[in-house]
Design a protein around this ligand. Structure first.
Ligand code: NAD
Length: 508
């Protein structure tokens, strides 16, 4: 692809008349050809770079260093050196740094949203929502840092006194996906820094620029060199992943991504017995009972299914609708989906942007083909949108979906909603739990006893009851089964980055 000079790319975005990238107010937030190590903007030692494309126009956004293990080794060394002092900073000092970083994110929220839409494709309103959500983790953990209390424990041994303190685990490796280029990494950076850890974060290959802009803001916030390092790579990702897992200096790995990569990283971490937290794939059930409020259920299902064009790990993937409300729900749901406007994320009134790449579109197509060949009907959508670009697909609703179809067994990670019909509560709980993953689940009912029963019975880490929106900085986020372990956000998030030390005083 043709390489445009930065000024042309940012200020005269005439790639396609319907896709004008707004100029950044602060050009220095766009970091090209550099990664962020030890407070410096550096290139890969090999000089290699890789290209990042706008998923809406498939035009080149820019290039970043293709780092290799030699580069990442250095980043780990810097993080280890920085840890010596950073671990001793007062919690209130770390809180002030995080708070400043939060303020800078909010001051630059339009530019950050522009970068997110550019490299991820989500509409600007969603990108702004992500910036708020992402920044909230820095603010929240700035407040948690000074409250990292230990315990005073009544001992079982005469003459002893026992107290515990929480200490930072050390250098942490963070690996995050492209679907929330800002929020996935701040959800880890906030608690890591609050605890006094230093980090090496491997940015997603598809969306490195947002993370690099966060690096620039970290520097402006006065976060010391080496505390936060962002390394970039595409082809060398597996080797870097292996290094981060096997390096004895790295004491913790926090990974958000697919279950398969999670399994590999866990295996690779076994030689160093690292502390791990994994936020992996989901295949969320969403259940609408006959006694649900129809409008609440439709709105909740739309929110949960189609946010970021279905590319979130907590997106509803299997929509179970009880037979008494099925037809009314299907009609109203399909009507709402028909009202979506798909296009470039920068255009006014657009509700849904492109998918991240061609593979994602192919998966949606495969799931539709498989389901319709086995008897499902298309209520709305069903086609690619080649006139908009190669990564666009119509938001689609299928009726008559059954357990033998591919969509039942794996997450589509795209704008495809499959409606299953069911008769009894017992039957639907069994179907909903018939999954090897368990991240989020949702259901809609007006029966309070049923609400408790079903919420307790679903094998997931998070349940939405009469709501499709469960992500909140204050609520623990994480899964069970093959969706991983560990919790992010909330008062628990910081626990992933500390070790409890027990001090026993004898002879008292
Ligand atoms: P992915 O696992 O392919 O990639 C995620 C990250 O891991 C990327 O940064 C990628 O570069 C890196 N990676 C890939 N292979 C690696 C390796 N061998 N060693 C080290 N790093 C490696 O996932 P994806 O397809 O990009 O993202 C979508 C998946 O992430 C979905 O399954 C989704 O459900 C999941 N997800 C989970 C959450 C959550 O919080 N549970 C949030 C967002 C996405």
């Amino acid at each position: 692809p043709k390489q445009y000079p930065l000024s042309t790319r940012i200020f005269a975005m005439t790639m396609s008349s319907a896709h004008l990238v707004p100029p950044l107010k602060d050009k220095s937030l766009f970091k090209e050809n550099v990664a962020f190590v030890n407070g410096k903007w550096v290139k890969a030692k090999s000089g290699k770079i890789f290209e990042v494309y706008d998923p809406a126009s498939m035009k080149l956004i820019g290039t970043v260093p293709e780092m290799e293990t030699v580069d990442v080794n250095e980043a780990i060394d810097h993080a280890a050196a920085a840890f010596k002092d950073f671990r001793k900073t007062l919690p209130r000092e770390r809180a002030r740094m995080l708070r400043k970083w939060y303020d800078l994110m909010m001051e630059n929220k339009e530019d950050l949203a522009t970068l997110i839409t550019w490299e991820n494709g989500k509409p600007t309103a969603d990108a702004l929502g992500e910036v708020n959500y992402a920044a909230a983790f820095l603010e929240w953990f700035s407040e948690e840092a000074p409250r990292l209390y230990g315990d005073t424990i009544p001992t079982a041994v005469a003459g002893n006194r026992v107290v515990t303190i929480k200490q930072p685990v050390g250098v942490c490796a963070l690996i995050t996906p492209w679907n929330f280029p800002a929020a996935m990494v701040t959800r880890k950076l906030g608690p890591a820094l609050a605890a006094g850890c230093t980090v090496v974060a491997k940015t997603p290959g598809e969306t490195p620029f947002t993370a690099l802009a966060l690096g620039e803001l970290a520097q402006r916030a006065g976060i010391p060199p080496g505390v936060v390092n962002f390394v970039t790579a595409l082809d060398h990702t597996p080797a870097i992943g292996q290094l981060l897992c096997e390096h004895p200096t790295v004491k913790k790995l926090s990974f958000t991504g697919s279950t398969n990569v999670g399994k590999l990283l866990m295996k690779q971490s076994s030689s160093t017995l690292k502390k791990l937290s994994f936020e992996l794939g989901g295949n969320a059930p969403l259940i609408v009972f006959d006694d649900a409020d129809l409008e609440t259920a439709v709105t909740g299902a739309i929110t949960s299914k189609f946010r970021t064009s279905g590319q979130t790990c907590v997106c509803a993937n299997r929509l179970y609708v009880q037979s008494g409300i099925y037809d009314k729900f299907a009609e109203r749901f399909a009507e709402k989906v028909k009202g979506f406007k798909v296009g470039s994320g920068y255009d006014q009134g657009i509700t849904h942007g492109p998918l991240i790449h061609g593979r994602a579109v192919s998966k949606v197509e495969q799931h539709i083909r498989d389901a319709t060949s086995k008897g499902a009907q298309v209520l709305v959508g069903g086609q690619r949108l080649p006139d908009l670009g190669e990564n666009f697909h119509q938001p689609t609703v299928l009726s008559g979906v059954t357990a033998d179809m591919a969509i039942a067994g794996e997450e589509t990670f795209g704008p495809l909603a499959g409606l299953f019909k069911f008769d009894t509560e017992e039957e639907v709980i069994k179907a909903a739990n018939n999954a090897d993953v368990g991240l989020a689940g949702y259901f809609f009912t007006s029966d309070i006893q049923r609400a408790w029963r079903v919420a307790e019975a679903l094998e997931v880490g998070m349940v939405g009851i009469n709501t499709g929106l469960i992500s909140d900085v204050a609520s623990p986020f994480g899964g069970v089964k093959l969706s991983g372990f560990g919790r992010e956000g909330s008062k628990y998030g910081i626990d992933e980055y500390v070790a409890i030390k027990t001090m026993t005083f004898g002879g008292v």
